[in-house]
Design a protein around this ligand. Structure first.
Ligand SMILES: NC(=O)c1ccc[n+]([C@@H]2O[C@H](COP(=O)([O-])OP(=O)(O)OC[C@H]3O[C@@H](n4cnc5c(N)ncnc54)[C@H](OP(=O)(O)O)[C@@H]3O)[C@@H](O)[C@H]2O)c1
Length: 316
């Protein structure tokens, strides 16, 4: 244990970081051990990671000094931000900057930055096919992460820019899943047209990240992206129909309809889906299922994910 290399994991009690901590700690032959970063070492989730043997340390991404301490002596750092906690691209960029500075100060040898595309490279602010949001963004929770890549690369950090994909867990926790209408029929309504949506079981993001740390040199300085599968709305509806044993119909609504749903973040999400729909080829090409499977041979397909999770999808 003492001579194992430490991977400091931000967001360790969450989906991405949690998957990484579990992947490391559940591999008895690992050359690595995990340092789980949390704001509260006494939470049940933090204790569960300690039970796996992970070191648990407290830090807050708002506080660069706390991050410097948390990254001290680590070989690697997994860096992720939490847009949906605050809905602020400005905060997200500051948090990324803090993590990059802390990684530099600690002399970390491999950083994985969990990023997303800056959609303004495809849809400049002057392009009115989708509305500009918060004055400076098209898809705020994507653009801020993409813009923040520069904090890592400008410091010449040994970084892997890691493009993640839509979690299928969004069908459980994030209100994106199929819903029963007043007539009892189940509809999967997404503004994706006939385009494929690259997506993944969230636990697989951490499993792939573990492999990226193991394969080290091969991925330092690289931009990569992963997905578990790339399926159209109709294909997902067919899988849901099989898994749930009830007919699920895909309804390709318009992004504008989605933007007007009125829940917090609806405009951001509506633009996000439109970006994925309208730039399907580039977006799908940047999320490589074969690469993900080579990193993590147990990568789940949507059907495999549904076999384990179908009863957790709230249809009402
Ligand atoms: N949902 C999707 O489909 C999807 C797809 C791709 C990318 N993403 C991105 O994934 C990111 C979120 O990652 P996730 O899903 O792994 O997160 P998550 O499951 O929501 O977990 C977030 C964890 O972050 C920690 N945290 C929150 N605020 C913190 C702070 N100020 N300082 C330190 N830790 C803090 C919390 O831990 P403690 O309470 O223990 O401190 C929490 O357990 C978002 O930026 C989102 O845009 C999401």
């Amino acid at each position: 244990m003492a001579d194992k290399k430490v991977i400091a994991v931000v967001g360790a009690t969450g989906a991405q970081g949690g998957g990484l901590v579990r992947a490391i700690m559940q591999d008895p032959n690992s050359e690595f051990t995990a340092r789980a970063i949390t704001r509260d070492a006494n939470s049940d989730k933090a204790k569960a990671l300690a039970d796996l043997g992970a070191e648990v340390v407290e830090a807050d991404v708002n506080n660069v000094e706390s991050l410097k301490k948390a990254f001290q002596g680590a070989y690697g750092a997994y860096c992720v931000t939490f847009f949906w906690e605050h809905f602020s691209p400005g905060k997200e960029k500051q948090h990324a900057k803090n993590m990059a500075e802390a990684a530099k100060a600690a002399g970390v040898k491999h950083v994985i930055w969990s990023t997303l595309d800056d959609t303004r490279k495809w849809v400049p602010l002057s392009d009115d096919r989708m509305p500009t949001l918060m004055e400076k963004y098209k898809v705020p929770h994507f653009d801020a992460k993409g813009e923040a890549n520069a904090y890592f690369t400008d410091l010449d950090l040994p970084v892997t820019l890691y493009h993640t994909a839509f979690y299928w867990e969004n069908f459980i926790y994030f209100g994106q899943g199929p819903k029963k209408g007043p007539d009892g029929k189940i509809i999967l309504a997404l503004p994706m047209g006939d385009a494929k949506l690259p997506a993944i079981a969230s636990e697989d993001i951490g499993k792939c990240a573990y492999s990226i740390f193991k394969r080290g040199e091969e991925f330092i300085g690289k931009t990569i992206g992963i997905a578990g599968e790339q399926l159209t709305g109709s294909e997902m509806a067919a899988s849901l129909t099989k898994a749930l044993g009830q007919e699920v119909t895909y309804n390709a609504i318009e992004p504008e309809t989605y933007r007007n749903f009125g829940f917090p973040g609806a405009e951001d999400m509506g633009n996000m889906y439109q970006f994925k729909r309208d730039f399907e080829e580039d977006y799908c090409n940047s999320r490589d299922v074969d690469l993900a499977r080579s990193l993590n041979p147990s990568l789940k397909t949507f059907d495999a994910w549904l076999a384990e999770n179908k009863d957790r999808i709230p249809l009402e």
